[in-house]
Design a binder for this molecule. Structure first.
Ligand SMILES: *Cc1c(COP(=O)(O)O)cnc(C)c1O
Length: 386
């Protein structure tokens, strides 16, 4: 996985489709990121925080019992054990350090399930910055616990009542607010989406997942690379970070979307939130609503690099439905003692369905990124568990 070409193009996807007033801000971030990423001082400070604060490297756990049941050798990359409970912290610590280096004093963010909001509020507290998080009113209802966590961390949480009152509306609002206060504010985007340089920058900040996994899988398997590498996809950041460690190898890469938010399966080319990609649209070309049991995958688009990797056939994109996801949460909990996030359970559900078929032959070795822990989803699970 390389740098995008031109103005952030991955094939025909990506780009920078934002109001004129945001072009200088995007350019400034691109320049600052390029400079910081080449600076050993910046990299050292980020690595230090990832280690002493966020708990990296996260372990890779062999799923011994489930492997025996499924007939494949399954290794779990444990992003659920990172500070704040998901992979989001990797990207947020990077962007918060970058914002401080650029002289910004305030972070704003959008959030769906609240994990990105919590991670941003956490980094803001650590670095002494102000923080405002935009969240759809519907998500505020379904993710009460994370809303309270953000407030405990000193962030202001603003309810967004427009549209479907979910993640895509929170993105719109965060973008609008950024335009109005770009001098002191950095927009800390939560996935590999948005205008250039975000999809590239966020993938680079998440690359640590794939690089650690590559080494850990090699020791766990004796040598070489796993046959399959699997991750769930909302915007696509945990998958992009994971795949970055394996894209140059022979491993088969599989991205798992929610059936009700499957931009790769059902999306068409369009522009959303500042970039061109595959996007769910209605018959009038309006952005359609995504529906998933997991608020974190309730997004109608997908990162531009994924659209490109899909077109090239380098990554296979598949879908699972809400029922399979609930089964996967329960089965992983009972067999391994790990309660994962509903988002992460999408990847588990695909492995459960495909194991022993031509899609994932018996005896295969599989690395699966478990993107987060399930605590935030307990209320949803209580509703759906008899
Ligand atoms: C936010 C989130 C996701 C989806 O975001 P990506 O950018 O696709 O990784 C997946 N899992 C968890 C636990 C999340 O918090």
């Amino acid at each position: 996985m390389r740098e995008p070409s031109g103005i952030g193009r991955f094939g025909e996807y990506g780009g920078r489709f934002v109001p004129e007033s945001l072009i200088p801000a995007c350019r400034a971030i691109e320049e600052a990121f390029r400079d910081a990423w080449a600076d050993p001082g910046f990299r050292g400070e980020l690595d230090r925080l990832l280690s002493v604060y966020a708990g990296r490297p996260t372990p890779m756990t062999p799923a011994t019992n489930l492997s025996a049941e499924l007939g494949v050798h399954l290794l779990l990359k444990r992003e659920d054990l990172a500070h704040t409970g998901s992979h989001k912290i990797n990207n947020v610590l990077g962007q918060a350090l970058l914002a401080r280096r650029m002289g910004k004093t305030r972070l704003i963010a959008e959030t769906g399930a609240g994990q990105h909001g919590v991670a941003t509020a956490t980094a803001a507290a650590l670095l002494g910055m102000e923080c405002t998080v935009y969240m759809g009113a519907k998500d505020i209802e379904r993710q009460e616990l994370n809303v309270f966590r953000m407030k405990m961390l000193g962030a202001e949480v603003v309810a967004v009542h427009s549209g479907s009152r979910t993640l895509k509306d929170a993105c719109n609002e965060a973008m609008r607010q950024w335009v109005s206060r770009v001098e002191d504010t950095h927009y800390c985007l939560g996935s590999v989406m948005g205008p250039h340089p975000y999809p590239w920058m966020v993938r680079e900040f998440q690359r640590v997942i794939g690089e650690e996994s590559r080494g850990q899988a090699a020791s766990a398997l004796g040598a070489g690379v796993p046959d399959y590498v699997v991750a769930c996809i909302g915007g696509g950041s945990n998958a992009a970070g994971t795949f970055a460690g394996f894209v140059g190898t022979a491993a088969r890469l599989v991205g798992v979307e929610a059936a009700g938010g499957a931009a790769m399966a059902h999306g068409e080319q369009g522009i959303v939130h500042g970039f061109r990609s595959k996007v769910l649209q209605d018959e009038h070309g309006q952005i359609a609503e995504a529906h998933s049991i997991s608020a974190g995958l309730d997004y109608p688009g997908i990162g531009p690099e994924h659209a490109h990797l899909g077109d090239m056939g380098r990554v296979r994109y598949v879908t699972v439905d809400d029922g399979e996801v609930l089964d996967a949460v329960h089965r992983l909990a009972r067999s391994e003692g790990i309660l994962c996030a509903l988002e992460s359970a999408h990847a588990v559900a695909w492995v459960m369905r495909a194991a022993g078929t031509d899609e994932l032959p018996a005896g295969s070795t599989v690395v699966l990124t478990l993107s987060g822990r399930g605590d935030k989803d307990m209320a949803t699970l209580m509703e759906h568990t008899r």
